[in-house]
Design a protein around this ligand. Structure first.
Ligand code: PRP
Ligand code: URA
Length: 211
């Protein structure tokens, strides 16, 4: 795996929650809740290097200098549908973030991504976009979403996924070397249907109960 580049956010709380999500008997209600919680925890790590600046404030006790986030504003872009499962967790941590949506489904026969929706904040070029999707399998959907976002003017993006296959990370590294990839786990491989092994199954179906 030395030829792939991704940050694995392997905090014990994330790993514990992910294990519960992987279990086939975990119901949609718990799956959704855990995904939102992991999204919050991953956002903490994804934003670790965001720049700060000092401002003057006044507490009830004294004037002082205090730190606030500086630099670019943030946008969150879930890749529909399953990316919606990560959205609230990120927005809970960054309430001022604008939200764009990009609709992408994977054709079951070809495994190629098909785009069906795209609606973004107008000032997308001035924002750091956190693009979220729980699953990075062949990498086709995320790579196509990043390409479309660049076509719409995005300049600074981060890809945040829950579970990745090495193949998917490689595709993002090759097609979008400028986009850092954050994942909670890198699994073994893809199976013949393009599912991540061991993975957690179809994320969208498990989030929305459409199995
Ligand atoms: C899933 C997942 C990713 C994609 C990953 O979406 O949420 O978007 O598959 O596979 P890839 O890396 O091989 O492209 P899916 O197509 O099942 O659509 P859904 O989110 O609407 O369920
Ligand atoms: N999409 C999913 O939801 N799960 C996989 O394992 C692969 C693609």
């Amino acid at each position: 795996m030395s030829d792939i580049k991704a940050t694995v956010v392997d905090h014990p709380l994330i790993q514990h929650k992910l294990t519960i999500m992987r279990k086939k008997e975990t119901p949609s209600k718990d799956f959704r809740q855990l995904l939102e919680e992991i999204a919050m925890l991953m956002t903490y790590e994804v934003t670790r290097d965001f720049p700060l600046e000092e401002i003057e404030i006044e507490t009830p006790v004294a004037k002082c200098k205090a730190k606030v986030l500086a630099g670019k504003k943030v946008g969150v872009v879930p890749i529909l549908r399953a990316g919606l499962g990560l959205l609230n967790g990120v927005v809970n941590m960054i309430p001022s973030a604008r939200v764009g949506h990009i609709g992408m489904y994977r054709d079951p026969a070809t495994l190629k991504p098909v785009e069906y929706y795209c609606k973004l904040p107008g000032d997308v070029a001035e924002r750091t976009l956190i693009v979220v999707d729980p699953m990075l399998a062949t990498g086709g959907s995320s790579a196509a979403a990043l390409t479309q976002l660049k076509n719409k003017g995005a300049k600074h993006m981060i890809l945040m996924c829950l579970v990745a296959a090495p193949e998917g990370i490689k595709v993002i590294n090759e097609e979008h070397p400028d986009v850092p990839v954050y994942v909670a786990a890198i699994d073994e491989r893809l199976n013949e249907k393009g599912y991540i092994v061991p993975g957690l199954g179809d994320a969208g179906d498990r989030i929305f109960g459409t199995l």
